[in-house]
Design a protein around this ligand. Structure first.
Ligand code: MGD
Ligand code: MGD
Ligand code: SF4
Ligand code: MO
Length: 724
């Protein structure tokens, strides 16, 4: 895909530069053509060993982001309802002053942090963010994890002892894949970095393999599947328990390499006894005979993998779902098996290097609702109530970075109101959007094509081992700051200003200052080069620089069984928390799903990227994508017509949206995409405002969380739909 050439094209040599797209987890390799430091075309890089030339329409929009007139290029501070450009020096002082004052007056817990999705897509946040955030010492830490993949981490922590030991589907070698609640043809894959999903899924079928998808609606991915089961939303945990039940019932348990490592088989068999496929069929909407047949097929295939993502993570039983998926892969011997699910071993392995903590669970709880922490974070669903409920520990200040929680977290309207009442707020973001418009100061970093990149996170989640470092494509403006530079500066100034608030000894504080001063001088690239050398990586910085297209380190290899054996660790199949939970859900899972309430679910489109990138004309042009899908039977029952405006209401809110009547969705279910709703006052995104849409998270409920993990339950929100 290339760009139309500009009419006033500058003259000068055209240079080719290799880069990467960091917008989604596929991290595609790109080739840019640049003339006079202006991007003139963006293409997929055929030589990239992982993405092999694949891109999606969003890659070209990286240019739009770079050139966007609405993008902030200098810090601003809010003066009444105006924004005033200020110098970086002034901005840093204002931020440190604002945060320290709240901490002095209201205590450490009064300052909260929200780190959004691009925090892990932009490596400067990974290498330098902690220098600043750790000094705040607050337990009021929130991130996109608790509206996303939190149950995966919890299941990995329970079973393998480490939150980041996440086995990835070996999609290029599997013969049978069961996929629940994922639409990688639109999302390009998640917790499975696998660019060119179409090619990979076609190859699966061409080698005689099978793809089964469970999703309440037809999707771009179900279109490529052999079998699609339109399961009742929110009921997947019951279905997965029935699969485990069937594995025991039909003597299909064959853990192979895991036999001597797993514990609790008998307890598990007893715990799943009530959940036969026959007993849960009314609740899940999946016929018992189908569940039994699929379980048999899966167990009899020697390279099979079950995979579940957003649709089964962000629901009331998300943790049960992700635990059960791991257990099914374990009981059939498919974890750590070629063609099953394998750990990636990236060049710089942050897990084996001990640079990623193993996690902890329920060591403390949130003040108002008593929701459990995981790995030091509280569920973001409780953030607004922690701001709105008076008392000791009430949140009075907020730092947001790379996030737009007003559009991305449940009950955004309530959060919007809560942000208005804060004493101080700072946002690291290049836009004045639905969230950052509440900030006192906005610190805008450079955008993706203006800084270098090595993917510290997603190379751990890829379906093949590769390594790739990309230099900046075009130079940043002289006075611009990268995220890592913003953190470094904030960290140093904060340490000096908050000196008297620290309880550590003077010596420890001096050491802290020295470490931060040193780290501030090390760019992410220097950190990477040191890390590769220190941890004896198979590639060094010089190799990466010689191969900007990326280096292939081969297919995934079994390693988890050997690691656990070496560490003398066993896998307890039935963690205590799950054992306590199952009796609590039995009555629900054996009942009939309520049929007269409509259940709302989400939807992604290849041209969207969460709550942003709607300011790119080329991505939002064409048909309106923010429409409510409804089955013809449900529309008829409510006398609703395709194209008309309808009112959708839930416990927390009401929105008006155009209706799209389609047989592609299960009856009793309606679907809306997330990330829209740019019509709030004060937003400065001209293109996005002209295509505002509405926010699904004005309907999703902050009280609806997964009891075990605290993850938001976005799927199966009860709603009513009527003519607007
Ligand atoms: N109902 C519903 N809600 C959902 C979801 C859903 O499926 N349904 N999905 C959830 C999921 S999976 C996620 S991950 C969250 C995402 O929600 P958020 O965590 O809010 O992340 P984004 O929506 O991606 O917003 C990214 C913000 O970061 C800014 N930004 C982009 N790049 C950079 C950068 O390099 N540096 C800085 N400082 N800022 C940057 C952008 O301008 C934008 O404001 O939404 C969740 N919300
Ligand atoms: N184009 C695009 N790509 C993206 C993003 C984006 O916003 N746009 N966001 C990125 C991010 S942050 C993430 S986390 C990934 C997510 O990537 P995926 O996990 O693939 O997420 P979705 O595409 O939302 O697919 C979730 C599917 O679950 C289905 N579903 C909903 N409820 C249920 C349920 O109760 N049970 C079952 N079985 N299915 C259900 C939905 O119909 C939907 O098809 O995508 C990433 N890639
Ligand atoms: S799939 Fe699209 S958005 Fe994702 S990394 Fe590739 S080009 Fe970027
Ligand atoms: Mo996500």
């Amino acid at each position: 895909m290339s760009l139309p050439s500009s009419s006033s094209a500058p003259t000068g040599p055209i240079e080719t530069r290799h880069g990467a797209c960091n917008l989604c987890e596929a991290i595609c390799g790109l080739t840019f053509q640049v003339q006079n430091e202006r991007i003139v075309s963006v293409k997929g890089n055929e030589a990239d060993p992982l993405s092999r030339g694949h891109i999606c329409p969003k890659a070209v929009a990286l240019k739009d982001l770079h050139e966007d007139p609405d993008r902030l290029r200098q810090p601003v501070r809010r003066v009444g309802d105006r924004w005033e450009p200020i110098s970086w020096d002034q901005a840093f002082d204002l931020v440190v002053d604002g945060l320290v004052k709240v901490r002095e007056q209201h205590g450490t817990q009064a300052v909260a942090v929200y780190q959004g999705n691009p925090s892990i897509h932009n490596w400067g946040n990974v290498t330098h963010g902690h220098l600043f955030f750790s000094q705040l010492r607050t337990r009021a830490r929130f991130s996109a994890t608790s509206v996303d993949q939190l149950p995966h981490h919890l299941a990995a922590y329970w079973l393998y002892g480490h939150q980041f030991m996440l086995p990835i589907p070996d999609i290029d070698r599997t013969q049978y894949m069961i996929m629940l609640g994922a639409n990688p043809m639109a999302s390009n894959g998640s917790l499975m970095t696998a660019p060119d999903m179409r090619g990979r899924l076609k190859a699966l079928r061409e080698r005689g393999g099978k793809l089964v998808v469970l999703d309440p609606r037809e999707t771009e991915t179900t279109a490529l599947s052999d079998e699609h089961l339109a399961i009742v939303p929110g009921s997947d945990a019951a279905w997965l328990l029935s699969v485990i039940h069937t594995l025991f019932d039909e003597a299909l348990v064959k853990p192979d390499a895991w036999s001597e490592l797993i514990q609790g088989l008998d307890a598990l068999r007893a715990a799943v006894q009530p959940f036969s496929p026959e007993a849960t069929a009314a609740y899940t909407g999946v016929e018992a005979a189908i569940t039994r047949r699929l379980t048999r097929e899966f167990a009899h295939t020697s390279a099979a993998v079950m995979y579940g993502r957003m649709g089964v993570s962000t629901q009331a039983h998300g943790a049960l779902c992700q635990w059960a998926i791991q257990v099914i892969n374990l009981l059939t011997g498919n974890v750590d098996r070629v063609g099953g699910a394998l750990l990636t071993t990236p060049a710089l392995n942050l897990i084996s290097a001990g640079l990623m903590g193993k996690g902890h669970y329920d060591v403390w709880r949130s003040r108002v609702r008593g929701a459990p922490e995981f790995a030091g974070e509280l569920p973001v669903s409780v953030m607004a109530e922690e701001m709105l409920t008076p008392g000791k520990g009430q949140i009075r200040a907020l730092v947001t970075s790379c996030g737009n929680p007003v559009l991305s977290t449940p009950n955004g309207t309530q959060l919007d109101r809560a942000l208005e009442g804060l004493d101080f707020m700072v946002s690291m973001d290049f836009y004045i959007n639905e969230t950052s418009r509440h900030a006192d100061v906005i610190l805008p970093p450079t955008c993706f094509v203006e800084h270098d990149h090595y993917d510290l996170v997603f190379l751990h989640l890829a379906v093949r081992n590769t390594a790739r470092y990309s230099d900046a494509i075009v130079p940043a403006a002289p006075d611009a700051r990268h995220d890592w530079q913003i953190y470094s500066e904030l960290a140093q100034r904060y340490a000096r200003r908050a000196w008297s608030l620290e309880r550590s000894s003077a010596w420890q504080r001096i050491q802290g200052l020295a470490t931060r001063a040193l780290m501030a001088k090390l760019s992410p690239r220097r950190v990477l080069a040191l890390g590769l050398r220190r941890h004896q990586a198979p590639v060094r910085m010089a190799d990466l620089l010689a191969h900007p297209e990326g280096i292939d380190l081969g297919p995934l290899q079994p390693s988890l069984v050997a690691t656990l054996r070496r560490k003398r660790k066993t896998v307890s199949l039935l963690p205590d928390a799950v054992a306590r939970e199952l009796p609590l859900v039995t009555a629900e899972f054996l009942s009939t799903a309520c049929s007269d309430t409509l259940r709302l679910i989400g939807r992604r489109d290849v041209r969207t990227n969460n709550s942003w990138m709607h300011n790119s004309e080329r991505l939002v042009s064409g048909k309106n994508r923010c429409v409510l899908w409804m089955h013809p039977h449900d529309a008829q029952a409510r006398q609703l017509q395709d194209g008309q405006s309808v009112a959708v209401s839930s416990r927390v809110g009401r929105i008006i949206v155009p209706l799209h009547v389609t047989p592609k969705i299960r009856t009793g279910v309606v679907s809306l995409p997330h990330g829209w709703g740019h019509n709030r006052a004060g937003v400065q995104l001209k293109v996005a405002q002209a295509h505002a849409g509405v926010s699904i998270n004005d309907l999703t409920d902050d009280r609806a969380i997964d009891r075990l993990s605290g993850n938001a339950a976005f799927s199966a929100v009860p709603v009513e739909v009527s003519p607007a």
